[in-house]
Each structure stands twice: as structure tokens, then as C-alpha cells.
Design a protein around this ligand. Sequence first.
Ligand SMILES: [Zn+2]
Length: 414
Amino acid sequence: MKKTMSFLTAGCGLAVALSVPTSASAQRGATAAMDPANDPVQTLVSRLDLEKYKNTIKGLAQFGDRRQGTKRNRDAVTWIETQLKSYGCQNVERITYQYNPPPPNAAGRGGRGPVTSPNGRGRAGNGPGGSRIWSDMREHGANNDSLAQPDPAIRAINMEPTSPGERQEVICMKVGTKYPNEMYIIGGHMDGIGWGQAVNDDASGSAIIMELARILSMPDVQTERSIRFALWNNEETGLNGAKAYVEQRAPMQGKESPAGSGKYPEPKWLGMIQHDMMMVDHGPPTADGKLSPEQRLGADINIEFASTSKFADDAMKLAFFWRAANEKYATDYPAAVGPHMTNTDSDPFKDLVPSLSLRENERGSQIGGNWDPTHHQPIDVLTTYTDKDFMLGLTSAQTTLGAIGQLTGATVKK
Ligand SMILES: [Zn+2]
């Protein structure tokens, strides 16, 4: 009896969490599958454009590695804010918090797990987030050597060292017409490290959020539920920007303010989806640990949830909903689901609300096994990537726009 009860309880939880896609909008989706021309979500996804996505990434890359606690980072925050306002995104705000870390360690970062061993010196074994790495390759630690950057212009942009103190990050919103009191949060992190241009990590994810903010803010677009767009800062120091948001905003959820206004500064959270490192799927590195020159055949995007999180079952359902959106809306690359979400800004949310991360590879088994040798290195610059890499990033934008469009009941005025 007790077993049956707990099974029913779990079942109810799933039904509640995913009531939206199984109801009206899913029926609309089913109809639309037969007639894509009348699917408003398809109309929105069709507005994504590879050149626009690349241009947004280039806009972020002009601020170098955008290391937190520097002018180049603050200038990037201002640039993002200006863009979001120009798109007409609603409620553009800055989250303000303090970051006063202990003195940096030799690798130039604190608050993260152990620095991994060089390629070829490890053994098959455990990776980040409870994963297993099936090779003897391991990711490298972050570069903290200015001279490792061969381009003098990029080196000059990145010269100012980080200082402790006040930090800011930008958020904005699409306010729901029917349920302005509920929202999904989608995010990417705008800060980087490594003396490059932080193009893949994580201009590629930040640009997805900005492009979705642009498209969903178009005057002919309505959503029934709200959507939060978040451009986190301080991800590289230990998710401090996302943690500050959780600390400040979790208690505000679902409260109407001022009373009777119909306005909800922080709608109730329904899910959080992070986009971090979206473009490199070149498979394992070459024998000397360098980036394999071509995108691998069978490249895909990776949707991860944390099987150890409080909302594991609902997050798993949400991950497969995202995968289904990829099958329905993405043009070029498939998606795979994995259970070891880790090391990104969805982490502080995972025990409060179903949470996912989207990536180019599995964070643990693949990036942990050095499948992305651009990670935190001086080669994370625009000139490293081809259109195939940028298209892999755009595939995640198509996937998330397809999923979030359905979940929030998006429509387009004719
Ligand atoms: Zn990242």
C-alpha cells in the first residue's frame, strides 16, 4: 500500500509539472504537426538566423574574455542591457551583488572542483557530476598566462586583472498574458576566462538567450506564461551571479506588486534551462590533446538533468520534452539526454525547480575527457570556429525556442 501511495504521489508530481504540454498547447502542437504553416512556434523558430546569431556572438567577443571584476566585463553588461532594451524586452533590470573571494589560486579561479590532469596521464574513471570518463584523456585547467594569447590585440583587451567588489548582471522578461505570475527561466553566462574571447564559453549560450529575447519580444508575439531571460555574471568563479539571483529572487516568487496591479516582478518559477558551451562537438581530441580539426560526424547537442537533484523525475521529463522539441523544430543536429548536469548556472536552481543544461557535449564524460580543448583557453576566439560549429549552437536555440514556445503557449498575430 505504502509503495502504491508513493508511486501515485510521484505520478501526480509529473502530471502537475508537465500539465502544459499535454493540454491545450500540445493539442495545438499535434494539429500543427500536420500543418506546420499554422504552427506559431514554427513561425518563431523560423525567425532564428545563423548570421544574426553569429553577429550577437561577435558583439560579445569585442569585450575579450569578459572576466568578472573588470571594466571589459562591466562594458559587456552595459552592451547586453542596451541590446535587450533595443529588442523591446520588458522589465530590463540589473541584479546587484558583492563578490569578495579569497585571493585567487594558481589556476586563477576558486570555488570549483579539482584541476584535472593533462591529457594522457589520467586513467578511465570518475568525471564531474557523477559521470564516468571512458578514456585516459582529461580536460586541462584554465589558462592564466597572458603570453599564451598570440594575438596582441586580444591580449591587450584582456590585460586588466580582476578586483573584488560590486558586481551586476542583466535580466529581462516576456510578460505572460494569461499567467503573468508564472515563468520559465532561460539563461547563459556572459563572463569568461582564459585570455581569449570566451566565444564558445559562453558567448555561444548568451547569444542564444539574447536571440530568443529578441524574437519573443517582437510586437506580434504573445505568450500565455512569462519567460525570464538571464545573462549571468561570475559563472566562472563558482556560479556566484546565479546564486545571488536565487538568494534575492526566490522569496519574491509569485507575489503581486504593487497589490492589485496585476504585476509580478518575480513570477513563480516553473523550470530553469541553462545554455553553456554550445558549439564544439569535434569528438575526442587528437593524440597530442589538441582540438580535432573537424566537427565529428554524428555531432549532437546534449540536454542534461541532475539525477541526484530533488526534482530529478520532473527534470528528466522536461529533458525528454526538450529532446522532442529538437526532433520537431531543429533543422540540422539531433539531441541526446543525460543524467549528469553539473558545473553551470542551473545548479543553484536544481533543488528548487526542475532544471536542465544544454551543451555541445556531456559536461562530465565528454568535456571532462577533453572533447573541447578550447575550454578556458586562448583559442576560444572567433577565428577558431566554422559555420558548422555556429550551426550547432543555433540548433540549441531552435530546440529551446521550440520547447519554450510550446510550454508558454506562444502565438503570433496574423
Ligand atoms: Zn561556461
